[in-house]
Design a protein. Structure first.
Length: 246
């Protein structure tokens, strides 16, 4: 099968639904072999089954280093060394700083930031065996500005942004590019509760669709060959409007 990712084994976390599932589908459509990873094994299996023989499902708690190592071994046995890694798994949570909910903070940070560090560190050797490749770390427009009641989430997404740049500097010698992807309001289960004012001053006055982020991920993985440590923003103009009013 041809396509821009033909011959590439792609590992996508949080791929049981939402953006991760859309990215998995987009990669498979471009000829990639896709390891669909999610903490919910049934959801991962459903996505992989819908994609077909180009996909395989793996249950993965991204906070668990041993689980990561086991999954990478299994993925290599199925499809060969990992050429593309998408660290997409994440959770959202509300809470005021003054509430001091340290348990919530740790849960969000472990899932949204520490997991990215673990995923990259575990996959480096596999990607070296693949002869290099691309890592896409999912940040957000929340990794560019602040949002009230989202301290842990925002801190993680800024952290992903900085971690991405450091990883790009370290891993470039292996032919591994590392970039961050910053979606705005995308229609997923995580954003169903967003109020209409979400789109105030937004140039494109609608939710983005998960498939649009999937296409962006394909571009970063396959076409953006001179881009590393870069921030790819797909936000419908949210940041432009915000900057106008800040």
């Amino acid at each position: 099968m041809g396509g821009r990712l033909a011959g590439k084994t792609c590992l996508v976390t949080g791929a049981g639904q939402g953006l991760g599932a859309a990215i998995a589908r987009a990669f498979a459509a471009e000829g990639g072999r896709v390891a669909v990873c999610d903490i919910d094994g049934d959801k991962a299996a459903a996505v992989a089954t819908a994609i077909g023989e180009a996909a395989s499902a793996y249950e993965l708690d991204v906070r668990d280093e041993a689980a990561w190592a086991a999954v990478v071994v299994a993925v290599e046995a199925w499809g060969g060394a990992v050429g593309v890694l998408v660290n997409n798994a994440g959770i959202d949570a509300e809470g005021l700083i003054e509430d001091g909910d340290v348990a919530l903070w740790r849960r969000v940070v472990d899932t949204n930031l520490t997991s990215v560090f673990i995923g990259m560190s575990v996959c480096v050797e596999s990607m070296r065996r693949a002869g290099g490749g691309a890592i896409i770390n999912m940040s957000s427009v929340a990794g560019l500005v602040g949002f009230p009641t989202r301290a842990a989430y925002v801190a993680c997404k800024w952290g992903v942004r900085g971690l991405t740049k450091t990883a790009a500097l370290e891993l470039g010698r292996y032919g591994i590019r590392v970039n961050s992807l910053h979606p705005g309001p995308i229609r997923t289960p995580m954003t169903e509760h967003y109020p209409p004012e979400t789109f105030r001053d937004q140039a494109i006055d609608r939710f983005g669709e998960a498939e649009e982020i999937g296409r962006m991920a394909v571009f970063i993985a396959a076409e953006a060959t001179y881009s590393t440590a870069s921030e790819f923003i797909a936000d419908g103009g949210v940041m432009a409007g915000r900057a106008m009013h800040d």
